[in-house]
Design a binder for this molecule. Structure first.
Ligand code: MGD
Ligand code: MGD
Ligand code: SF4
Ligand code: MO
Length: 874
C-alpha cells in the first residue's frame, strides 16, 4: 500500500527543495523532487534522494533520559524547568543560555527566542547560524539597514555572469548548481567565475577559476570597485539617489593592492573586464566569505561593487548570499541570534524592544545583546553560565576549539540537550536528553535562501515518545510559571509570528508576512511555497532595492570603506593553513546522512587534502595517515594527495565525530578567533603542523554488526552489508585471530586466516553457519584491499575474502562516484574505454551514473577529462 505523496521540504541545505514523500508498505519512505516547487522544480541531490534511507529507527531516542537513564517526560521537563528557574533566581537571567540551530523550524525557533528574550529576560540565545550566516547578517545590516537577501533563485538563471565566491555550490547547494548548469547549457554565452583557493567540483562549470590566496577577497573586490570607477562603470544616478559612503569606500579601494590576492595582473584584469562588462551579474557567496575573522568586511566589499553599479534587486543581478541550513533564514526572521530581536528588529533600540514586549505582553525584555556562540561557551567554561539548553545542534563537533567546548559542557552545572539521538558527542554530556521529533514527523515552516517559506509536513507519527521542539520549549516555559506559551498547533505560532512581523514592518523593517497573520488552520495546512514579503495590504515585490528604498534611517544604502587586513603570519611551528568545509554526500555531523549506506561510499573516512609538493616534503604518501596538530588540538586524517589545494594549504572535511572516528573532529584544530563585527568564527584558516602518523599497522574491517575499535586511529561507516571500518595503531597484536575476535566482539564464529609475519600482513575471516560475518585485513602499510569488494562479501559464503580482491570474473567497481546508482570509478573508466564514451551524458546512458540527482556530474566530467587526456597522450 502506498500512501498519497505528501508535499514537504528537504531538511538539509538552504536551497529548500520541495519533496514529494510517501510511505510505501514495501520499501519504506519513497521520495522524489516536487515538480511544482519553485526551488527545485522536481530535482533532488544525492542527500535529498537518500532521505528514505535515513528515516530509520536506528539511534533514535525514544524516551527522555536523565543522567543516561530513561525517565518520564514529567520528570525530565520538571528537571529542566527547575534547573533554569533556580539558576535564574540565584544568579540572574544572564547565568543561563540556549544554544539553538538553523535546522529548527520557524515555529520552534520563535518560541525559544520568545522564552529567552521576553520571559527569562536575557539575550543569551545564540545559534549555530553564528558559525554560518552571522557575517552576512552583519554585512547586509550595515549596507541595507536590514538583513535582506535582495534577489531570487531565478536571477541565477537570468544572469549573464554568475560569480561564485567562497562557495562550493556543486556539493553544497547541488540543485541550485544544477539550475545554473541547465541555464548555461541552454544559453552558452552565460559565464561562470569561481573564486576559491581550492579547485572544487564547482570549478567544472567555470569559465574562469580564480584560485586567490585565502583571505584576500576584500582585496579582490576592492580592486574591482576601483576598476568600476576607473572604467566609468559607476551608476552615478543610482549612487547619488540611493547610496551613501561611495567616496570613502572608493578611497580605501583605490589604495588596495590587488596583487596580494596572488592572482596575476591579467587574471585581475580579465575578471574586472568580465564583471564590469556584464550588466546582469549575480555574485553568490557563502562560507569562504562568511567564516573569516573579517567576514563582514568581505561581505561589504562584495555589496559595495553591486551598490556602485546599481546592480541590485533587478532581474538577473545582485549579490546573493546562499544560506546553509534549511531554516537559516527563518531563524534570522524570528531573531534567534543573540544580537537581534524578533522580526528583524534591533535589540538595542528601546522602541523596538517596547513594541515586542507589548506584543508579547511579556513580563520583561532583554535590554542588551547576549553572548555570541564562541563567547557563550567561553562563559560556560568560566562558570558564568551555569545552565545550558542545546537544541538541534552538535557543538562538541562543530564549534571552534571543540575540545574546550567539550570540557565546558562537561563542566557546566546543568545541561539539557534536545536531539533525535542520545549518542551525539554533545548529548552524551547532558544531564537531561529530550527526544525531539525529526524530519518526517515535524510540522511547520522553513525559509530558504530566496525568502521562500515552505511547509515541512509530518509523514508519520513521532518515534517513541518524542515530541516537537516547540512543544518541549512551551512545556518548560509553563513549568517555569510563564504565561504566553499555550500553543496547541504550529499554525497558532505561525500566526503570532506573522502578526509580529506586521509590528516590525510598522517600525520600517523589511521582514513582513503580516498578510498571513490571519491564516486559517486549513490554509496553513495547505500553504504553498510563498516568498516574503507578504504584506497586509497585499502589495507584492519579488526583489528588493532596484529603486533604492533601503531600510536605513536615510533610506540610502551604505557603501563601507573596507580594508584588506595584512596577511597573517603563519607561525613557524604551524606552517600549514587548514581550510575546512563540506563533502557532497554528508550533512554536518553525520547524525542523519551517515545512516544511508550509499551516502558513505563517496568518502568513507576523514581525510586531508595535501599538495604533492607538501606531501613529498613531509614524507607522506597517498593513503598514509597524518597527525595534524594546532595549538588547540590534534587529529589523525587520511592523506589525499592532490593539486586541488595550493602548496601550504590543506583542506579537511568537517563531518567526522567521536561517534564515527577516533580523531576526526577537525574543529578541535580551529582557533576560537572570531570576526569582531559579526562574532563568526574564522573556520577556514587554522594554522597547523602536519607530520606522518607512525603506524605500525593499518587495517580495514568489514562486519555485519556495529563495533568500536580501541585502536588509536579508526573511522567507521555503514555499508550495504553492515559496517566498514578503517584502523591503524602503533603496536601490532601477536595473534591476529585472537585480536579479530576481540575487535568484533564475536567469540562463536569459525575463524580462518592467512598471515605473513615477515611483511606483517594478516587476513582474518569469521564465518557463522557458512556465512561470512566479519573480515579483517591488516598490513604494515595502508591496506590496498578493495573496500567495496570486501564489504559486499559480508553475508555471502565469503569466497575470495582472504584473497582480499575480486577474481577475474568479478570486476572491482572501485570507489563509488554515483551514490544514487552505486557506480564506481573503475566501472566508469572501463566503460569510457570500452564503449568510447565521450561525454557525461554518454556515461549516463551507458551506466545510469549521474542521471538521477546529477550531484556527481562534476566528478564524472573530471574522470572523463583525465581518461580522455590520458588516451590522447598515449
Ligand atoms: N553536502 C553538504 N551540503 C551542505 C552542507 C553539508 O554539510 N553538506 N551544509 C550546508 C551548510 S549549513 C552550509 S553553511 C553550506 C556551506 O556551503 P559552502 O560555503 O559552499 O561550503 P564550504 O565547503 O564550507 O566552503 C566553501 C568554499 O570556501 C572556500 N574558501 C576557503 N577560504 C576561502 C577564502 O578565503 N576565499 C574564498 N573565496 N573561498 C574560500 C573553500 O575552499 C570551500 O571550497 O553548505 C550547505 N550544504
Ligand atoms: N571547522 C568548521 N566548523 C564548522 C563549519 C566549517 O565550515 N568548518 N561550518 C559551520 C556551520 S556553517 C554550521 S551550519 C555548523 C553545523 O553544525 P551542527 O549544527 O552542530 O551540525 P548538525 O549535525 O547539523 O547538528 C544538528 C543536530 O540536531 C539533531 N537534529 C536533527 N533534527 C532535529 C530536530 O528536528 N530537533 C532537534 N532537537 N534536533 C534535531 C541532529 O541529530 C544533530 O545532532 O557547523 C559549523 N562548524
Ligand atoms: S539541494 Fe539537496 S540537500 Fe539541498 S535542499 Fe535540495 S535536495 Fe536537499
Ligand atoms: Mo551552515
Amino acid at each position: 500500500m502506498t500512501q498519497q505523496p505528501i508535499c514537504t521540504t528537504c531538511p538539509y541545505c538552504g536551497t529548500g527543495c520541495g519533496v514529494l514523500a510517501s510511505i510505501d508498505g514495501a520499501v519504506g519512505l519513497k521520495v522524489k523532487g516536487d515538480p511544482d516547487h519553485p526551488a527545485n522544480f522536481g530535482r533532488l541531490c544525492s542527500k535529498g534522494s537518500a532521505l528514505g534511507e535515513t528515516i530509520i529507527p536506528d539511534g533514535r531516542l525514544h524516551t527522555p533520559q536523565i543522567n543516561g537513564q530513561p525517565a518520564s517526560w514529567d520528570a525530565a521537563l520538571d528537571m529542566v524547568a527547575d534547573a533554569f528557574s533556580t539558576t535564574i533566581a540565584k544568579h540572574g537571567p544572564d547565568s543561563v543560555a540556549f544554544y539553538v540551530s538553523g535546522q529548527l523550524l520557524t515555529e520552534d525557533y520563535y518560541v525559544a527566542n520568545k522564552l529567552m528574550k521576553g520571559y527569562i529576560g536575557s539575550a543569551n540565545i545564540d545559534t549555530n547560524s553564528r558559525l554560518c550566516m552571522a557575517s552576512t547578517v552583519a554585512g547586509q545590516k550595515r549596507a541595507f539597514g536590514t538583513d535582506t537577501v535582495p534577489g531570487t533563485y531565478e536571477d541565477l538563471e537570468l544572469a549573464d555572469l554568475v560569480v561564485l565566491t567562497g562557495s562550493n555550490l556543486a556539493w553544497c547547494h547541488p540543485v541550485l548548481y544544477q539550475r545554473i548548469v541547465a541555464a548555461k547549457a541552454a544559453r552558452p554565452s552565460m559565464k561562470v567565475v569561481v573564486i576559491d583557493p581550492r579547485r572544487t567540483a564547482t570549478c567544472d562549470l567555470a569559465d574562469m577559476h580564480l584560485a586567490l590566496k585565502p583571505g584576500t577577497d576584500v582585496a579582490l573586490f576592492n580592486h574591482l570597485l576601483n576598476q568600476i570607477n576607473d572604467l566609468g562603470a559607476v551608476d552615478a544616478q543610482f549612487v547619488s539617489a540611493h547610496v551613501s559612503g561611495f567616496a570613502d569606500a572608493l578611497d580605501v579601494a583605490s589604495a588596495t593592492d590587488g596583487s596580494v590576492t596572488g592572482l596575476t595582473d591579467s587574471e585581475l584584469a580579465a575578471f574586472a573586464a568580465l564583471w564590469i562588462g556584464t550588466e546582469k551579474t549575480v555574485t553568490v557567496f557563502s562560507q569562504g566569505i562568511n567564516q573569516s575573522d573579517h567576514g563582514a568586511d568581505k561581505v561589504n566589499a562584495i555589496l559595495n561593487c553591486h551598490l556602485a553599479t546599481g546592480r541590485i534587486g533587478k532581474p538577473g543581478c545582485g549579490p546573493f548570499s546562499v544560506t546553509g541550513q534549511p531554516n537559516a533564514m527563518g531563524g534570522r526572521e524570528v531573531g534567534g541570534l543573540a544580537n537581534m530581536l524578533a522580526a528583524h528588529l534591533d535589540i538595542e533600540n528601546a522602541t523596538h524592544r517596547d513594541a515586542v514586549q507589548t506584543f508579547w505582553s511579556s513580563p520583561t525584555m532583554a535590554k542588551h545583546q547576549g553572548l555570541k556562540a564562541v563567547d557563550m561557551f567561553q562563559a560556560i567554561s568560566e562558570g558564568k553560565i551555569k545552565a545550558l539548553w542545546v537544541m538541534c545542534t552538535n557543538p562538541v563537533v562543530s564549534l571552534p576549539d571543540a575540545d574546550a567546548v567539550k570540557s565546558a559542557i562537561a563542566g557546566c552545572d546543568f545541561v539539557a540537550v534536545s536531539d533525535l539521538s542520545a549518542t551525539t558527542d554533545t548529548a552524551v554530556l547532558a544531564d537531561v536528553v529530550l527526544p525531539a521529533t525529526g524530519w518526517g514527523e515535524k510540522d511547520g515552516t522553513v525559509t530558504n535562501s530566496d525568502r521562500t517559506i515552505s511547509r515541512q509536513r509530518a509523514l508519520m507519527s513521532p518515534t517513541g515518545q518524542s515530541r516537537h521542539d516547540w512543544e518541549i520549549i512551551s512545556d518548560v516555559a509553563r513549568r517555569m510559571g510563564y504565561e504566553g506559551f499555550d500553543y496547541e498547533t504550529p499554525a497558532q505560532i505561525f500566526r503570532e509570528h506573522a502578526q509580529l512581523s506586521g509590528v516590525a514592518a510598522n517600525q520600517g523593517k523589511d521582514f513582513d508576512i503580516s498578510g498571513l497573520a490571519g491564516i486559517s488552520d486549513a490554509d496553513f495546512e495547505a500553504l504553498q511555497p510563498t516568498r516574503w514579503p507578504v504584506r497586509a495590504n497585499g502589495a507584492k515585490s519579488d526583489r528588493f532595492f532596484a529603486d533604492g528604498g533601503f531600510f536605513t534611517p536615510t533610506k540610502r544604502a551604505n557603501m563601507l570603506p573596507v580594508l584588506q587586513p595584512a596577511p597573517k603570519e603563519q607561525p613557524a611551528a604551524l606552517p600549514y593553513r587548514l581550510n575546512t568545509g563540506r563533502i557532497r554526500d554528508q550533512w554536518h555531523t553525520m547524525t542523519r546522512t551517515a545512516l544511508a549506506p550509499r551516502l558513505n561510499q563517496h568518502y568513507g573516512e576523514p581525510f586531508l587534502e595535501l599538495h604533492p609538493e607538501d606531501a613529498l616534503a613531509l614524507g607522506l604518501r597517498p593513503a598514509d595517515l597524518a597527525l595534524v596538530e594546532s595549538l588547540y588540538g590534534t587529529t589523525i586524517l587520511r592523506v589525499l594527495v592532490t593539486d586541488r589545494v595550493a602548496p601550504g594549504s590543506v583542506f579537511a572535511p568537517i563531518h567526522w565525530t567521536g561517534e564515527t572516528s577516533s580523531a576526526g573532529r577537525v574543529s578541535v584544530l580551529v582557533p576560537p578567533s572570531t570576526d569582531p563585527t559579526s562574532g563568526q568564527p574564522d573556520s577556514k584558516a587554522a594554522p597547523v603542523a602536519i607530520k606522518p602518523y607512525a603506524a605500525e599497522w593499518y587495517g580495514f574491517a568489514a562486519c555485519e554488526t556495529d563495533f568500536t575499535p580501541s585502536t588509536e586511529y579508526w573511522a567507521k561507516a555503514r555499508s550495504t552489508t553492515g559496517w566498514r571500518v578503517e584502523l591503524a595503531d602503533k603496536s601490532a597484536p601477536d595473534d591476529w585471530q585472537e585480536y579479530a575476535r576481540a575487535l568484533f566482539g564475536i567469540n562463536d564464529a569459525q575463524i580462518s586466516s592467512v598471515t605473513d609475519p615477515a611483511r606483517n600482513i594478516a587476513r582474518v575471516a569469521l564465518h557463522k553457519s557458512g556465512k561470512l560475518i566479519a573480515a579483517l585485513y591488516a598490513a604494515s602499510t595502508p591496506v590496498s584491499v578493495s573496500r567495496n569488494f570486501a564489504s559486499e562479501l559480508i553475508g555471502t559464503d565469503g569466497h575470495g575474502a582472504l584473497a582480499g580482491q575480486a577474481g577475474a570474473n568479478q570486476p572491482d567497481p572501485g570507489a563509488t562516484v554515483c551514490a544514487c546508482f552505486n557506480v564506481g570509478v573503475n566501472t566508469i573508466l572501463s566503460a569510457i574505454e570500452s564503449d568510447k564514451l565521450m561525454s557525461v551524458d554518454a556515461i549516463g546512458q551507458a551506466l545510469s551514473a549521474g542521471t538521477n540527482c546529477g550531484s556527481c556530474k562534476p566528478e564524472l566530467a573530471a574522470i572523463l577529462n583525465s581518461a580522455l587526456s590520458r588516451a590522447a597522450a598515449e
